[in-house]
Ligand binder design. Structure first.
Ligand SMILES: Nc1ncnc2c1ncn2[C@@H]1O[C@H](COP(=O)(O)OP(=O)(O)OP(=O)(O)O)[C@@H](O)[C@H]1O
Ligand SMILES: [Mg+2]
Length: 450
């Protein structure tokens, strides 16, 4: 039997070659050529005006297209359903990416368990773990996780044939990098293999209406499944994030053809699997210390307001230059806020060490966190508590270079969330300048560490 034809394509510039080369002749990059299957038939003569045999198709007016409302498949995990935009859409492809050990297999096993429990046909394909390992995990998960049929297989053809035979409504492929298409010689996980595997799974998923979740590893560079080949192909890209030393894990949509990309789900890993943290604000506010150097930030996690505690410590330094250490916020924003504090609000930290931390391992990547950093540092520098002891202060707002406070998105929702937890006053952009905001909540006294 003749070997199927493959070609080698440069993942950087798209140069094509009949044989593998260490260095691409097109862009002169090393190790960028990856093997791919050539589409059978027609592609070569499709150049120019198209094949003479092709019949012209008739475009349809969108108003005449009949689209029936499809019921979404609820995974039973509220936070996951919300991030997906209301559940899995039949026939759609979802790529779930995340670093090793973050809980991708746990999340997908739990979702399939719930779906199986609700009477849907499911299938869990694992190329990484044996059926026995999967069972061990399922045993500690709640619900019907043990009733999900599993297939431990890495051969793409076998997986596709099984999908055709079983016709599940939802399938999880854990992970897309472990499946191999036998007609390609590239190793499992190479760009060519991943693209071929995803392409063939997509075709089957669309043709048979199977909701497919592809689990993908995050590469060293932090991108999903190598170059962004998969991200274009799938309908929805979910990123599962969190660091080993932090106990909260967030799930966010980077792309979603059926919903918003603003929503974020918050989880915590426990013995019994991933537990949704539906009211993270309550927990963070409850744990807030109310000591000098602490303030509650009314942040936004996607479209959801979240109250987190920002803490600062200002202490005399023994080294030059002094330390500027922060976790959970951007280092450059800290430098900016410290400069504005010194120049426009009269609170210079000079040669003191400054540490800023967002408690609970949360990361806030928004300009609205500036004011919280400024107030926490001001309070730490003066060694005085913000506001009155009985009611902790909440704040949000961007600090401008001229010392002004700038408005940020969703002010009303941030305010409402802070009020819900009895935080008062809520300092925001209405204070106009950083200096005025500090005056409002910080009693005047001689700075102790300036
Ligand atoms: N008994 C347990 N109690 C609490 N947490 C556990 C327990 N067993 C495993 N875990 C957590 O589950 C994580 C592994 O989850 P999971 O296998 O779903 O991750 P993954 O993202 O699929 O990893 P990989 O990239 O290796 O496939 C571990 O890192 C650990 O934090
Ligand atoms: Mg896994």
């Amino acid at each position: 039997m003749a070997r199927p034809v493959t070609r080698f394509t440069c993942s950087q510039c798209g140069h094509e070659s009949a044989k593998w080369l260490g260095r691409c002749p097109g862009c002169e990059e090393w190790n960028t050529l990856t093997e791919e299957a050539t589409a059978s038939g027609g592609r070569a003569n499709a150049r120019g005006g198209g094949s003479p045999r092709a019949r012209a198709a008739r475009p349809v007016a969108l108003a005449d297209v009949r689209a029936h409302e499809v019921a979404r498949l609820k995974t039973g995990i509220g936070e996951l359903d919300r991030v997906l935009g209301g559940g899995l859409v039949p026939g759609s492809l979802v790529l779930l990416g995340g670093s090793p050990g973050i809980g991708k297999s746990t999340l997908t096993s739990m979702a399939l368990g719930n779906l199986a429990g609700a009477g849907h046909r499911t299938l869990y394909v694992s190329g990484e773990e044996s059926a026995a390992q999967i069972k061990l995990r399922a045993e500690r998960l709640p619900g019907a996780a043990l009733s999900v049929p599993v297939l431990a297989e890495t051969d793409l053809d076998v997986v596709l044939a099984t999908l055709e035979a079983e016709r599940p409504e939802v399938v999880v492929i854990d992970s897309v990098q472990t499946l191999v298409a036998s007609e390609l010689t590239g190793a499992a996980g190479s760009v060519g293999q991943v693209r071929e595997v995803a392409d063939r799974l997509t075709r089957l998923a669309k043709a048979r209406g199977i909701a497919t979740v592809l689990v993908g590893h995050v590469t060293k560079e932090g991108s999903l499944a190598g170059p962004r080949v998969l991200e274009h192909l799938v309908d929805c890209v979910l990123q599962f994030e969190g660091e080993r030393e932090r106990f909260y894990r967030t799930l966010r949509a980077l792309k979603n053809r059926f919903g918003s990309t603003n929503d974020v789900g918050v989880f915590e890993m426990r013995q019994g699997g991933l537990v949704e943290v539906a009211d993270a604000s309550a927990r963070f506010v409850g744990e807030a210390t109310r000591a000098p150097g602490s303030v509650v930030l009314a942040a936004m996690e996607g479209s959801r307001p979240l109250l987190v505690e920002v803490q600062a410590l200002v202490s005399p330094s023994e080294i030059v230059p002094p330390r500027r250490v922060c976790t959970g916020i951007d280092r450059n924003r800290l430098a900016l806020v410290l400069a504005v504090l010194g120049r426009h609000a009269g609170i210079g930290v000079g040669s003191a060490d400054v540490f800023v931390n967002v408690a609970g391992g949360v990361r806030v990547d928004e300009p609205g966190a500036d004011l919280a950093v400024a107030l926490a540092v001001a309070s730490a520098a003066r060694g005085m508590r913000l506001g009155r002891p009985e009611s902790p202060v909440a704040c949000f707002g961007e600090v401008g270079l001229t010392g002004e406070l700038r408005s940020v998105a969703h002010a009303d929702r941030r305010l409402a969330e802070a009020r819900k937890f009895g935080l008062a006053p809520v300092v925001g952009p209405e204070s106009v300048t950083l200096k005025a905001a500090i005056k409002e909540v910080l009693p005047t006294a001689r700075p102790v560490a300036a």
